[in-house]
Design a protein. Structure first.
Length: 137
């Protein structure tokens, strides 16, 4: 799993937003986001895009943990609870997988372990492996 962790160090957007990858295993991932002022929207709660970005990184890492390049074909999120400070933790797990498609569920929780959002996504699993010379940067 060290390979996937190294591969995702190239995710400049997640780095810019402040997302930190914590754990990776086959079909699973965990990351955190410490809420800062720039994550808040005009009503002083965490912007939905920040929560989505956190969930999306977990989705990407979990789905690519099998070394085949996996790209999202569907993703949706339901916001359950508003937050404006603290740390958000996203944990994702594989729900189903076959040679071409896989489904993932990601739960985003706050420091009190309260559910903040639920993200579900589906990926298309390509034949190419990440790190392949055939992959363009």
């Amino acid at each position: 799993m060290a390979i996937i962790s190294e591969f995702y160090k190239n995710d400049k957007f997640s780095e810019h937003v402040g997302i930190e990858l914590l754990e990776v295993s086959a079909g699973r991932a965990k990351a955190k986001l410490e809420i800062k002022k720039h994550h808040l929207n005009s009503v002083n709660i965490v912007h939905g895009a920040a929560i989505f970005a956190l969930a999306d990184l977990v989705f990407a890492v979990a789905s690519n943990s099998h070394e085949n390049i996996s790209v999202a074909i569907n993703a949706n999120i339901s916001f359950i609870k508003a937050v404006n400070s603290g740390i958000l933790i996203a944990e994702g797990e594989e729900v189903s997988i076959n040679p071409k498609l896989a489904n993932y569920s990601i739960h985003i929780k706050d420091e009190k372990n309260d559910l903040v959002a639920v993200f579900q996504g589906m990926v298309y699993r390509k034949k190419e492996k990440y790190g392949s010379k055939d992959i363009k940067n």
